[in-house]
Design a protein around this ligand. Structure first.
Ligand code: GLY
Length: 316
């Protein structure tokens, strides 16, 4: 990002805990401490005070809470703003942007609690205005794809750019080489065109010929039902009831994430258990319909946020 002048947070990377701690003591301002590897969406720890940040360095670099994913830590300035997820398909040269989406990373209402893989999502995300969309394509997506090509590592496939929309404009928080979860649950139902030819075009280098991709005007919302306690340790094996009732509701699709079959029953088998998703004429209706789906489903200690989409609703 630095080489290609892609906007992102000021940051430094460390493998040595003492050097990381010295840096924190020097800059003093709030930071985020990130494991520099895959940690199931949980490897980012806020360091609002130097003590909190130093503890995070110890958790990642010394205690190895995320294993080898924490061999390096990235210490970044805290960015203030609203997060958005920007997803594109690319054949290594051409890029096809998806409609906008936003997820809710924190475990509890009002974006409190702990960082999770995502407790819900919605699309469109009104924070991504047409102007911001163009900015992100020009200043982030294209430089990323051409920068990868230039270093002899062309990237084809799904590029997910996690953004913070700050007062100084969008800044990159992270990249993932996959769809977001739960963003995929709200993006793919809105895609009217067949996904497979688009993916084939990524492989064949012909994405520029896919000029007639169609999207549903309907909005989508997804509420994650999680096991009580997630992202901390939780119990599994709880019977889930009401799945059929929820799926029969208009526009509702229940995506399974952490479930398993036990005899005839579907039981919980993970932290994020279900993505209860609804398509409806506008965001408010989609959110309401997702929550109707959620209210039809029960399992012991089910946890879900009750405010999915609150920022988007406040804008409308
Ligand atoms: N929802 C965040 C992610 O998929 O990484």
């Amino acid at each position: 990002m630095t080489k290609n002048e892609i906007p992102t947070a000021a940051h430094q990377t460390f493998s040595d805990a003492d050097a990381a701690i010295a840096y924190i003591q020097d800059i003093k301002s709030p930071v985020f401490v990130k494991a520099d590897g895959l940690a199931a969406g949980k490897g980012v720890i806020p360091g609002r005070t130097p003590d909190e940040a130093i503890k995070a360095v110890q958790t990642i670099l010394v205690d190895k809470a995320f294993g080898a994913a924490g061999n390096n830590v990235v210490i970044e300035e805290e960015l203030i703003g609203e997060e958005a997820s920007f997803t594109v398909l690319t054949d290594g040269e051409n890029c096809l942007p998806f409609v906008s989406s936003q997820d809710h990373k924190m475990s509890h209402d009002g974006d409190t609690g702990k960082n999770t893989g995502g407790m819900g999502a919605y699309s469109p995300a009104p924070v991504i205005t047409p102007e911001l969309h163009d900015f992100v394509m020009e200043q982030v997506v294209h430089p990323t794809i051409s920068g990868m090509s230039e270093i002899g590592c062309p990237f084809k496939g799904v590029l997910y750019v996690g953004l913070m929309i700050t007062d100084d404009g969008p800044k990159v928080l992270e990249y993932n080489c996959r769809f977001g979860d739960p963003e995929a649950q709200v993006l793919l139902p809105r895609l009217k065109s067949d996904l497979v030819p688009l993916l084939s075009a990524c492989i064949d280098g012909t994405l520029d010929q896919q000029t007639d991709v169609e999207w549903h005007d309907d909005a989508a919302a997804c509420v994650i039902m999680a096991s009580g306690g997630y992202p901390d340790p939780y119990q599994t094996g709880k019977d889930i009831i009401g799945l059929e009732n929820a799926s029969e509701m208009e526009g509702v699709n229940v995506f399974h994430a952490g479930t398993a079959l036990k005899g005839e029953n579907i039981v919980t088998a993970g932290g994020r258990v279900l993505g209860v998703t609804a398509l409806a004429k506008d965001l408010k209706s989609a959110i309401e319909q997702s929550y109707r789906g959620v209210s039809a489903i029960h399992f012991d200690k089910a946890h879900f946020r009750r405010d999915i989409g609150y920022r988007a609703l406040a804008r409308s």
